[in-house]
Design a protein around this ligand. Structure first.
Ligand code: ATR
Length: 279
């Protein structure tokens, strides 16, 4: 029987997940289908409860439903609870279980793109204090980072995030004083939307960033952001955000279809072609 999975969002037409999972289904020759479901916030609770009856054995959940899903599913794992958002659900024996694979995606992308990135001093500067930053911070704590400087335009939001991880070495820093903290960093992460096509650029002076620091951007359109270009030009190792999108899909596919897929150069090329298509 065809195993069916969907991505639930509103809007959801832009999602690349069907392309990604469709590639893996074809590669493995699995009898599966991965489709889009555009569901409004009003309809979301009912849709989720009826997911199995509608023929689905799992789903990805995206904007704006990721936080709402937390209280609607039967079992939420520790990662999803800590981040406050569910992006992957799997149904077994009528029980809906949820997790958040962004943490896995963030870490696996760095492992693949900058091996050894979490060795050395383990001091990170993280820009942003939204949901994406929360996943980044949770992942870095898990890898033993003992100092994480969190800088956000709205300082109070960074302070709230620090308070949620008390005792884990988080420090909130004013946006205007960002450059003062870069000298200690072994990792710099952009988890804001700055630098994305159509958004303002991220104005940051990298002069004090140590040459061995790794720089990563969660923004993947454009693929090489201004931040990554500058960092590369001054000799820092860089890792782009497309890899996180690809890697975060791995645990979901494995849960639903029983095979662990690879993030291959061919898959990456497929996504790049889709992202840059028509331009
Ligand atoms: P996500 O869940 O993807 O992290 P979000 O919660 O909307 O999305 O967070 C976006 C991040 O980008 C926030 O850290 C936001 O800063 P504020 O908390 O001050 O809003 C940051 N951001 C967006 N536009 C920005 C801008 N023009 N300058 C600085 N930071 C910006």
């Amino acid at each position: 029987m065809t195993r069916r999975v969907c991505i639930i969002g509103h809007p959801v037409a832009h999602s690349r997940s069907p392309l990604l999972h469709g590639y893996w289904l074809k590669t493995f020759g699995i009898d599966g289908l991965y489709t889009r479901e555009d569901i409004t916030p009003d309809d979301f609770p009912g849709f989720l409860r009826e997911l199995e009856r509608a023929g689905y054995s799992g789903a990805n959940i995206t904007v704006p439903h990721k936080e709402a899903a937390l209280s609607l599913i039967d079992e939420v794992d520790d990662t999803a609870r800590a981040i406050g958002a569910v992006n992957t659900v799997c149904i077994r024996d009528g029980v809906i279980r949820g997790t958040n694979t962004d943490v896995y995606g963030f870490l696996a992308n760095l492992d693949a793109g900058a091996p050894g990135w979490d060795g050395g001093r383990k001091v990170a500067v993280v820009l942003g204090a939204g949901g994406a930053s929360r996943a980044v911070v949770f992942g870095l704590i898990g890898r033993g980072f003992n100092k994480i400087i969190l800088s956000n335009r709205t300082l109070s939001r960074a302070q709230v995030l620090c308070a949620d991880f008390t005792g884990k070495g988080l420090v909130a820093a004013a946006w205007s004083r960002l450059s003062e903290h870069l000298g200690a960093a072994s990792l710099l992460v952009n988890a804001t939307s700055l630098g994305m096509t159509g958004k303002p650029t991220l104005e940051i002076d990298l002069a004090t960033l140590p040459p061995e620091a790794v720089v990563t951007d969660l923004v993947y359109a454009p693929l090489e952001t201004e931040l990554l270009r500058e960092a590369r030009q001054r000799g820092n190792r860089t890792v782009d955000g497309l890899g996180m999108l690809l890697h975060q899909a791995v645990p979901g596919f494995e849960q639903w279809f029983g095979r662990k897929p690879d993030v291959t150069p061919e898959l990456r090329a497929l996504l790049v072609a889709d992202l840059t298509g028509g331009r």
